[in-house]
Design a protein around this ligand. Structure first.
Ligand SMILES: Cc1ncc(COP(=O)(O)O)c(C=O)c1O
Length: 393
C-alpha cells in the first residue's frame, strides 16, 4: 500500500511555471522580482499593510521579538500547546517564556487565564513585554477577549499564525490580530515553499527594519559596513516563485482540507470516545490538520493504539503537540493552568490531512480507527461511492 502522509506538499501547474520563470531569468541569487511580488500578493491576501518574505516562520517570530524590543530579563506570555519554535524564538532574544493553558473551545490560549496572568504580572509590577498567541492546527484563537486583556495592560500581541494561513475570525484573516503576525511555508503547511516564512504588520517602518535585519543589517554604504547585528533570514527568489503559485490555490487548499475534516467527521463523529477539535463559532478554521481526541475507556483503545495501527499500515499520523511546560528544556518556566493542554496531548491525534488525499486514502484511515475501536463507521456513503471506481480500476 502507498504511504499516506500526514500533510505532504501539493503543487499546482502555477508553481512549476513561476519557478522556471525565476530560473530562466537567472534571478537565482537572493531576492529578486518574485520576492517583491510575493510580499505584495501575500499582504493583499491577508489584508495586512506590509509583508516581509523570510527563510522560515521561526525567523519571522525572532524578528518580531526584536522589533518589539524584547530582550534579556523580559517575560513573554505564550500558548503552552504549540510547536517549540514559538517558545524558542522568545529565548533567542534572552527573554523567558511564561506559558498559558488552552481553552477547551478552541484548544488555543485561554483568554481568562491570560487575563489572570496579566493581572498577576501587573500586581508584581512586571508586565510581560509581549504576548505570543498561537493559532493552532488552522484555527484562530478567540481574539476579542485576548485583545481586550492585552490592551488593558498595553502589552503588544504577536500572532503565531504559522499553522493558520487562510483561517478567519469574525471574517478577518489570521495573522492580522496582533501588532505583528508570523506565517510558515515549511513542507507540511497548507501552502509551502519547501521552507519559508512571512512576517506581516501594518507599520512600514517595522517592515523596512525587518528587511534590513534579515539581510545582515548592512548599512547603506558601497563597502560592507554594519552598525548592528543582522541575520541571513530572507526568502530566495526561487522559493518566492513557488510561493506565488501556491498562494493562487490557497482557497482551493482550504476547501480540500475542510473536506477531509467533513469526511472524518461524517464517518467517525458518532464513534464513542472520539471527539474532534472544536471550531469556535466566530472562527472559520482551515482544518490544516484534522485532530481528534480519544477517550480510552469509551473508545476501548488509546490514541497510541490508533497511531501504531496506522503506522503498521504505512499511514502517518502524529500525537498532538506536547505542551511546552512539559518539555524538559522549558521545565524552569512558569505556567498558568496546564491541565487542558495536558489532556489534549495525552488523548490527541492528528489524522492525515493533506489537500491531496484521495477518498480511498481517507477511507483507509477511517477504517483503521474503527477497527482499533471495534466499531463500524457511522456512514458508509463514501465507501459505497467508491466501489464502482474500485471495480473499474
Ligand atoms: C505554531 C508554529 N510556530 C512556528 C513554526 C515554525 O515555522 P518554520 O518551520 O517555518 O520555522 C511552526 C511550524 O513549523 C509552527 O507550527
Amino acid at each position: 500500500m502507498d504511504r499516506i502522509y500526514l500533510s505532504s506538499p501539493h503543487m499546482s501547474p502555477h508553481e512549476r511555471a513561476l519557478l522556471l520563470d525565476a530560473f530562466d531569468s537567472n534571478w537565482i541569487a537572493p531576492l529578486g522580482p518574485h520576492v517583491d511580488a510575493i510580499e505584495k500578493e501575500f499582504a493583499a491576501v491577508v489584508g495586512a499593510g506590509e509583508a516581509v518574505a523570510l527563510s522560515s516562520g521561526t525567523a519571522a517570530l525572532h524578528l518580531a521579538m526584536i522589533l518589539l524590543g524584547v530582550g534579556p530579563g523580559d517575560e513573554v506570555l505564550t500558548s503552552t500547546l504549540t510547536f517549540a519554535a514559538t517558545a524558542n524564538a522568545i529565548t533567542y532574544v534572552g527573554a523567558t517564556p511564561v506559558f498559558i493553558d488552552s481553552d477547551r473551545d478552541t484548544w488555543n490560549m485561554d483568554p481568562r487565564l491570560l487575563a489572570d496572568e496579566l493581572h498577576a504580572c501587573a500586581r508584581r509590577k512586571k508586565l510581560p513585554k509581549a504576548v505570543v498567541v498561537v493559532d493552532l492546527y488552522g484555527q484562530c484563537a478567540d481574539y476579542e477577549p485576548i485583545r481586550e486583556a492585552c490592551s488593558r495592560y498595553d502589552v503588544p500581541i504577536v500572532e503565531d499564525a504559522a499553522e493558520a494561513l487562510g483561517a478567519t475570525y469574525d471574517g478577518q484573516a489570521a495573522g492580522t490580530f496582533g501588532e505583528l503576525g508570523a506565517f510558515s511555508f515549511n513542507g507540511n503547511k497548507i501552502i509551502t515553499t519547501s521552507g519559508g516564512g512571512m512576517l506581516v504588520c501594518q507599520r512600514s517602518d517595522w517592515a523596512q527594519r525587518a528587511r534590513f535585519l534579515a539581510t545582515q543589517a548592512r548599512d547603506p554604504a558601497p563597502h560592507y559596513q554594519h552598525s548592528e547585528i543582522g541575520y541571513n533570514y530572507r526568502m530566495s527568489n526561487l522559493l518566492a516563485a513557488v510561493g506565488r503559485g501556491q498562494l493562487r490555490v490557497l482557497e482551493e487548499r482550504v476547501s480540500q482540507r475542510r473536506a477531509n475534516y467533513d469526511f472524518y467527521r461524517r464517518n467517525l463523529g458518532d464513534v464513542p470516545g472520539i471527539a474532534f477539535m472544536p471550531e469556535h463559532p466566530r472562527s472559520r478554521s482551515t482544518r490544516w490538520l484534522t485532530c481528534i481526541t480519544v477517550e480510552p475507556t469509551e473508545f476501548g483503545a488509546t490514541r497510541e493504539n490508533i497511531r501504531l495501527a496506522m503506522n503498521a499500515e504505512n499511514i502517518e499520523s502524529r500525537p498532538t503537540w506536547k505542551p511546552m511546560h512539559l518539555q524538559p528544556v522549558f521545565s524552569g518556566c512558569r505556567v498558568r493552568g496546564g491541565a487542558v493542554a495536558e489532556q489534549i496531548f495525552e488523548q490527541g491525534l492528528c489524522l492525515p490531512s493533506g489537500s491531496n488525499l484521495t477518498e480511498e486514502d481517507r477511507l483507509r484511515v477511517a477504517d483503521i480507527v474503527c477497527t482499533v475501536g471495534g466499531c463500524t463507521p457511522a456512514t458508509l456513503d463514501a465507501r459505497a461511492a467508491l466501489l464502482p471506481k474500485r471495480r473499474a480500476a
